[in-house]
Design a protein around this ligand. Sequence first.
Ligand code: PEP
Ligand code: MN
Length: 332
Amino acid sequence: MILHLHKTTTQAQAQQLAESIQAILIKQEQFVLVTSSRVKVVPEEAVAFTEKSFPTDTDIQLAGRGYINAVREVNLGNGVVIGGTTNHTALITGPCSVESETQIEAAAELCVELGVKIMRAGAFKPRTSPYTFQGLGVEGLKLLDKMRNKYGLAIITEVRDSTHVDDVIAYSDIIQIGAKSMYDHGILRKCGQTTKPVMLKRGFGTTLQEFVQSAEFILSGGNSNVILCERGIRTFETKTRFTLDLCGVAWLKQYTNLPVIVDPSHAIGYAYGVADLSRASVAMGVDGLLVETHPNPKVAKSDAEQQLNFEEFRNLHASLGKVAEAVGRKIV
Ligand code: PEP
Ligand code: MN
């Protein structure tokens, strides 16, 4: 249950109450307490302090439609907004990894050419093998920051473990928590302590309930700027790398208040299907679309098979506007 306390409640009173009813305390314009969803009536000691209460069926609480019946707006602060009532699908592109200044600058120039305002690339790569390229680390973050300043792009990059969350916060506009880190509580809790927007990817072996409950760790830490990203789940199918769960996307749109981004690149794992899946996602009215692109995918140091070359991305980009228009949206 979520409790909004009266604005006159002091910090000391709110803290004491949180302890006595075993709730998490969040400071917004007013104090907010979140107890387990098993609590169905306002606890007796909280009645006098409570302005409004929101009982919930499950521990999808702050992210649930029963609490906020709208899509939250995540403002990147440079004129880019994701979600809310914008009715647009924000494009995000860039290579899987930052590999060199020339490569990332080519990616930034592609964004500028097509009016894409958010560039994504990894500097800390959580690879499935320790013997492959692990990313340029802080040097990669600095290259991204250079592109951000030179081209005015918003930057999204991944945090691999909680030791470098602060670096990622300093050099990015959105922190990406990858599929393999969806359960990393060190990362989740650190991301809850900042107000920097966070894009949380769904673990490929997790249910929607588990996915959104991970987002609750960030929201209940006090960070309301959370975006969900569906990037494919593991099924019995092996012809494609993962299976893009568009049913899941429909569910997230129906039952949560968080903006939803789809990443078709990691879902299918092969470039040939990325354009079709992108159009399908835009037709569903998603808040964002993340597509990996590389100036020369064949030589990419990670995810070579799924990245689109620039010509392929230009063609995809040219087709998305009409799909968005057909469902009353715009591509930005
Ligand atoms: C990535 O975005 O490059 C990545 C590693 O994705 P995921 O966490 O979805 O596997
Ligand atoms: Mn990748």
